[in-house]
Structure formats: structure tokens, C-alpha cells
Design a protein around this ligand. Sequence first.
Ligand SMILES: [Zn+2]
Length: 216
Amino acid sequence: MIKYHPSEQILQSYVQGELCASLSVAVSMHIDMCPQCQRLAHQIETSCAHSFIGENFEPQSEDNWDDLIAQITEDVLFDERPAPAPLEIEVKGEQFILPSSLHNIGLSGWLKLGKLSRSRLNLGDGKLHASLLHIEKGGSVPQHTHKGFELTLLLSGEFKDEMDSYVPGDFIMLDGEHEHSPVATESCLCFTLADDALHFSQGLSQLFNPIGKLIY
Ligand SMILES: [Zn+2]
């Protein structure tokens, strides 16, 4: 079961179109995987529609408002959109179907370092780097903290760190306060977003700092 979700503040900004492209894509993928956040985003949309109508229209009876909001929030328009063809990728002989939010986004070639493989997503957010990270079963990222923040959205597989174990859909937001060393208990595909390279923190693993730059 998914335990880690975007904060309500992030969902609110998502609904209002205030997030940068890469974070917006991450929230959209999480919502596709998480019924709980689907409901919450829908409630926020409804209440935004309420306040929009309140600001822009003459007051009407409560019944009319509900009708109007039902029309605005109706999903018909979205449902009629043809589903994009699944975009399948292959990493280390494994096939993955990418979430529809990632279709039409440029993907660089795979950079491989032992059990880790990384491909950069071209989302045009400057210093904010979005990537797909594949970790083979048993692979790990040396213990590190983050100079900025790191978001990991697990798309497939399972991994664990000192804090917990994670399943597909988990939306894990970490910053400089967190120190962890993730290990893939199953082969994993993650969407990652970071605004600075990782900072490897323990003894010899400080030697891995250049790897941090390559991974993120
Ligand atoms: Zn959620």
C-alpha cells in the first residue's frame, strides 16, 4: 500500500497549475497510481471552482452553483481523449511501460554504473534534474544526504532504506536533514528529481561523490 503522498500544499499548487513542469509530472504520475490523492485533488478542484465562481459570477441559488460546478468538474472531456499508446522502454533486458505523463518527454541515453542506470528526462527546469533511475535487484546507492532536495517516485519494484520500505506510487521527498542508503529489494524503476547533486556522507563512500553527480 502507498504510504507516502505529496503534501496537501503540493496538491493544491498542482491543481492551480503553479508547479514547475518536473514536479507537476511527478504529482500527476502519483495521482494516476493513488486513489486517495485522486479524491483529494478532485475535492481541491471542486473547492477552487467554488471560489472561482464566487469571485467571477453573480450570486445564484445554491442549486445552480452545484450544477455549474458539476459541469466544470465533469471528467467527460478528459475521458474522451484517446489513451496514448504505452511507451515501453528496456533497461538491462527488463521491459517497463512508462506512465502516460512521461510520453512525449525527451529521454537521454542510459548511463550505467554497476547496478545503477540513469536516463535524464528533458523537462526544461534548469538546475532541477529529472531522471529515470533503474536499480537492479540488490543494487544500492551509497549513504548520502542531499544538498538541496530529492524526490523519488517509485514507478516499479521495491526498495528500502533506514527509514522504511517502499512500493510503487510512494512519493518520497527528502532534504538535507535526511541521510539514507537505499537498497533495491526488487529491481526498481524510479522517477527522481533533485536540485543538487547528492552528498555522500560516510567514510570511503565520500569517494563516490562524482557518482552522485552522475546519478542525479
Ligand atoms: Zn497519494
